[in-house]
Write a protein that binds this ligand. Structure first.
Ligand SMILES: Nc1ncnc2c1ncn2[C@@H]1O[C@H](COP(=O)(O)OP(=O)(O)O)[C@@H](O)[C@H]1O
Ligand SMILES: [Mg+2]
Length: 239
């Protein structure tokens, strides 16, 4: 079953240049989808459309087979829980906003608050952005476990490329459109294209590039073991 389906969605805030049109995205049940995109590309708008905090101007949003309408918003919100980054730029109120503060513990509380409603899908809108690396890892462990063990559908909106690597599929947004789609490793191999959307490589991808520039014959890889083997091989040859 499709967990969340946006079909030919059109949306604008009325004023301003931001527009989504003919926007199509299916998130399958049990999927772990990463959504990447620079600031202003429309990621939070997408998150709000996914659980009815915003309604589309055109097209449809279906949640587990039911089209979202003004009448069933409450029901839909129980099925799709959204955890936001922090309240600073939220103009629409949600269940969890008030709970969200900086710190892994507070963020875990926010996730727990959403999970208490037993949603079938969880949308994390840059929920780890304010955390230190350890806090981010903790939250990612929780989310990965929920996906793998509880089969909760996850939509992870992030600008941390390392986090996107946990997903089974990633999409890149730019100006309200999906401009790239594929397995995260495939997406990261398209460095030049990512750069045009103001996105950078995961750290390990950057390291590969630097080693190559420094004259080591290592492949573009996101796998640490592969990189380690390549470096070892290179250094042995060079010694
Ligand atoms: N409540 C709003 N009213 C008007 N414009 C908005 C509102 N929220 C977001 N926008 C605009 O919509 C665009 C997309 O915003 P957003 O979805 O928050 O992007 P992202 O989450 O990728 O940073 C931006 O240009 C932003 O300024
Ligand atoms: Mg956002």
């Amino acid at each position: 079953m499709t967990a969340i389906s946006l079909k030919d969605v059109a949306f604008s805030y009325g004023e301003g240049a931001f527009r989504m049109k003919n926007f199509n995205l299916d998130v399958e049940e049990g999927e772990f989808l990463a959504v990447l995109g620079h600031n202003g590309s429309g990621k939070s708008t997408l998150a709000r459309l996914m659980n009815g905090l915003l309604l589309p101007d055109g097209g449809t949003v279906e949640v587990f087979g039911t089209q979202l309408t003004e009448k069933n918003l409450y029901d839909i919100r129980r099925q799709v829980g959204v955890v936001f980054q922090n309240p600073d730029n939220q103009t629409v109120s949600s269940i969890v906003e008030d709970d969200v503060a900086f710190g892994a513990e507070k963020q875990r509380v926010a996730i727990a608050g959403v999970l208490a409603l037993k949603p079938r899908a969880l949308v994390l809108d840059e929920s780890t952005a304010m955390l230190d690396p350890r806090g981010r890892r903790e939250i990612m462990d929780v989310v990965t476990k929920l996906n793998r063990e509880e089969h909760i559908t996850v939509v992870l909106i992030t600008h941390f490329m390392e986090e996107a690597l946990l997903s089974t599929r990633a999409v890149v947004m730019n100006r309200g459109e999906i401009v790239m789609e594929g397995r995260p490793a495939e997406i990261f191999e398209r460095h030049e294209e990512l750069l045009t959307y103001n996105l950078t490589l995961p750290r390990i991808g950057e390291i590969c590039k630097k080693l190559q520039k420094g004259g080591l014959n290592v492949p573009d890889t996101l796998d640490i073991a592969t990189l380690a083997d390549a470096i070892e091989r290179e250094l042995k040859i060079k010694n």
